[in-house]
Design a protein around this ligand. Structure first.
Ligand code: ADP
Length: 396
């Protein structure tokens, strides 16, 4: 059974075709600059050379048509015909309170997805466009929606209600939703597997540290709290996002700098985080290099990032009454030994002891804590596509 996994952004589309018998990637690719000049698809079938398809692509439907053609191409394709695609799994960013699990997509679900647009105006419309384009091109193939928010729907109300007038929750759904759920779920399950324990007996703190970054408290396999909130802006300091902030700063700056709502959203989401502090880059490789050469603001940006992760680890260990494991994943978590080391430094008195030698790895599964460490520290590369494919297989 082959599952096609689709992840649509506003001007990009990522895809993977996965053979579920051995959970093996048959082909994958990325389309960029959809709707703007210079659009192209980078397509790679496992075992064959990468090809670049350069054509005007005015919308997601045109891209999907080209992707499907690439998948069945006699030269660089992975399958003979589209009949070999049993189902399509779509990543959807926001499922609101309606979706606590993945769902098979029908008309009712499409309506509910459209109802969630208000909550994620940047993310959900391209996700919906991708589903609609797929439905047109493959009308008889079952489709499944997998939500970034779903895993966090187990949070207790005391962790997701903001201290705002309660009516605003009832009226607009203003509450914490949390994101990166597919990743937090995948790495927590993998951690239980690596440790040879039942996930129902574990308290795990998962740190998804990429361009967007969030920490999650996973107790007995369930998310009980996470650092992202109503939108993916809350929590850690990120590549270009502020994370937690005194809310009074926003009206203050709007007044001083005469900012519109659009300006302020842009400032908080695109110009802040480690980029804003350092003025150097949002990329941690650039920051680590600059800090090493003595750039003080780059070093400061890294320190702010590290301290926030530490604070969330502390908070979640307390919230769960302890932790059995801390897991690092995503671009920074998987690749930066330096960030992992700094985050864990000084936490020995709460049972977190990293082993510098074991930690000297990149992009592979490993336990990197000392044998004496009460809390196990792991690196687990995330695999959101596989998680989406597994849910899709089950539901389709
Ligand atoms: P997203 O999916 O949110 O765009 P990723 O999970 O791909 O993000 O992570 C991207 C981040 O990972 C970038 O900020 C990049 O700096 C960081 N990263 C990738 N490789 C390394 C590395 N070797 N050392 C430090 N940071 C790295």
């Amino acid at each position: 059974m082959n599952i096609l996994v689709i992840n649509c952004g506003s001007s990009s589309l990522k895809y993977q075709l996965i053979d579920m018998k051995e959970e093996k990637v048959l082909a994958k690719g990325l389309s960029e600059r959809i709707g703007i000049e210079g659009s192209r698809i980078k397509h790679k079938t496992t075992g064959k050379d990468e090809v670049i398809i350069e054509k005007p692509m005015e919308n997601h439907k045109v891209v999907l048509e080209l992707v499907l053609n690439a998948l069945v191409d006699s030269e660089y394709g992975a399958i003979k015909s589209m009949d070999e695609i049993s189902a399509v799994g779509h990543r959807v960013v926001h499922g609101g309170e309606k979706f606590a699990t993945s769902v098979k997509i029908d008309d009712e679900v499409m309506k509910a997805l459209n109802d969630c647009v208000d909550l994620a105006p940047l993310h959900n419309p391209p996700n919906i466009m991708g589903i609609e384009a797929c439905k047109e091109l493959m009308p008889n193939t079952p489709m499944v929606g997998v939500f970034d928010t779903a895993f966090h729907q187990t949070m207790p109300k005391s962790n997701y209600i903001y201290p705002l007038p309660y009516e605003l929750y009832e009226k607009y759904g203003v509450r914490k939703y949390g994101f990166h759920g597919t990743s937090h779920k995948y790495v927590s399950l993998k951690t239980a597997e690596i440790l040879g324990k039942d996930i129902k007996d574990l308290k795990i703190i998962t740190c998804h540290l990429g361009n967007g970054a969030s920490v999650c408290a996973v107790e007995n396999g369930k998310s009980i709290d996470t650092s992202m909130g109503f939108t993916p802006l809350e929590g850690l300091a990120m590549g270009t996002r502020t994370g937690d902030l005194d809310p009074a700063i926003i009206p203050f700056l709007m007044d001083k700098e005469k900012l519109t709502i659009e300006d302020v959203n842009n400032l908080l989401n695109k110009k802040s985080g480690v980029l804003g502090i350092s003025g150097v880059s949002s990329d941690f490789r650039d920051l680590e290099e600059a800090a090493e050469k003595g750039n003080e603001r780059a070093e400061l940006a890294l320190d702010v990032f590290v301290n926030r992760v530490k604070k969330y680890i502390g908070a979640y260990a307390v919230l769960m009454g302890g932790a059995d494991a801390i897991v690092f994943t995503a671009g920074i978590g998987e690749n930066s030994a330096e960030m992992r080391e700094k985050i864990c430094a000084g936490l020995e008195n709460i049972g977190i002891e990293i082993d510098s030698e074991k930690n000297n790895i990149r992009g592979k599964e490993a336990v990197v804590s000392k044998d004496s460490s009460k809390v196990k520290i792991l690196v687990v590369p995330t695999n959101e596509e596989l998680m989406i494919a597994r849910d899709t297989k089950e539901l389709a």
